[in-house]
Design a protein around this ligand. Structure first.
Ligand SMILES: [Zn+2]
Length: 366
């Protein structure tokens, strides 16, 4: 979880949870690419929303800090306002140790059955305590299990607890945050589950009692040669979309111009009736020259252009996988073309003629 400009109360709470070993807290600092309070305002794009983190070890004098959105070099220490941010992450081992220690308070044997699953030897059948979010063994997460064995579920992520947990009165689920804050007495809860025993009525169907959030939409990678893989690309005046999803945003000046240069050549080759092999790549120095003409010299050195294209390839791949759940290869939209024969490394880029399908910009459909 990332919290920008954390309030003192939030920082305090995070520190308390860190003290219990439940979360790892990492403070960070960033500057904004475009901030009216900064000395370098306005940059070329006064609306750029890029954040540049200053905690990394980069050479400011060597222009290594770059805005991730517009690629311009940024100098955080030259009169730029700094913003604090807190990154918090639940510590899995910390949570397990915390729960284990609390169960030990009961003064009976506590045994770990699986990762995040504990057996507490209270009178009778005993009680199983299952940290639902961390339990890898689905068996403990079925209704069938919970109906047969007195089980107390602990839920780490309180978001949507009500929707994600099966709604049946006899099931016991408590939020970890409540235990940490002292609102839930976990020892007492476990004792009560033990005394109640297994519920009398049960069905035989095996239904999961807990779903760990939305099903992952990231598709399995397919073999690059999968036939028929195809992506509809729209290039508008200020953005590029793949399958209707914006992959190059309006504020991304140099990215958009690089894409446009590749796109124009692609369209020209389409108009010529070229076969797939005949589509011309842009050599890196030509592309740099093209960019210099379009947006100016500061974006146009060869190393910067190469890095920009590489990041675009990565970001497009990520966006299509994560937001659309489609299988895509890094080269499917912008393809790296290597010189055959005695070439060294990549020497050009083109819009991939095997996988890209053109669609006019559908501005009105949004
Ligand atoms: Zn920027």
């Amino acid at each position: 979880m990332v919290t920008a400009d954390p309030s003192p109360e939030f920082a305090e709470a995070a520190k308390a949870l860190q003290g219990l070993g439940l979360v790892e807290v990492q403070p960070q600092t960033y500057v904004l690419c475009a901030n009216p309070k900064d000395r370098d305002f306005p940059p070329r794009n006064r609306h750029c929303r890029g954040r540049v983190y200053v905690d990394r070890v980069l050479d400011e004098g060597g222009h290594e800090y770059r805005c991730p959105e517009c690629e311009r070099p940024v100098f955080p220490s030259r009169g730029k306002q700094r913003h604090p941010e807190l990154r918090t992450r639940v510590s899995r081992p910390g949570v397990h140790a915390f729960v284990n220690a609390r169960l030990m308070n009961l003064g009976v044997n506590v045994k770990q059955l699986a990762d995040g699953v504990f057996k507490v030897d209270l009178d009778g059948m005993g009680v199983v305590v299952c940290i639902a979010d961390h339990c890898a063994d689905e068996r403990y997460l079925t209704r069938e299990w919970a109906a047969r064995t007195p089980t107390c579920y602990i839920v780490v992520n309180p978001k949507d607890l009500a929707e994600r947990f099966l709604k049946e009165d006899w099931l016991t689920a408590v939020p970890l945050a409540g235990i940490a804050a002292g609102e839930v007495d976990i020892e007492e809860t476990v004792r009560q589950v033990s005394e109640a025993g297994p519920p009398a009525a049960m069905l035989t169907a095996s239904i999961p009692v807990y779903t760990k959030g939305a099903r992952p939409i990231v598709a399995q990678p397919v073999t690059p040669s999968q036939p028929g893989r195809r992506f509809v690309v729209e290039v508008g005046p200020t953005e590029v979309r793949v399958e209707g999803e914006t992959v190059i945003a309006p504020q991304a000046g140099p990215r958009l111009e690089i894409f446009r240069a590749l796109w124009e050549r692609f369209l020209a080759d389409c108009a010529e009736g070229c076969t797939v092999d005949e589509f011309r790549p842009f050599e890196l120095d030509d592309l740099a020259g093209e960019l210099e003409a379009r947006v100016g010299k500061e974006f146009a050195d060869i190393e910067t252009v190469r890095r920009t294209v590489n990041r675009m390839q990565t970001d497009i791949e990520k966006a299509v996988k994560q937001r659309l759940g489609m299988a895509i290869d890094r080269d499917d939209i912008i393809q790296t073309v290597r010189r055959t024969g005695h070439g060294k490394g990549p020497n050009g880029y083109r819009i991939n003629p095997s996988t890209v399908a053109i669609r006019p910009y559908q501005a009105d459909l949004r």
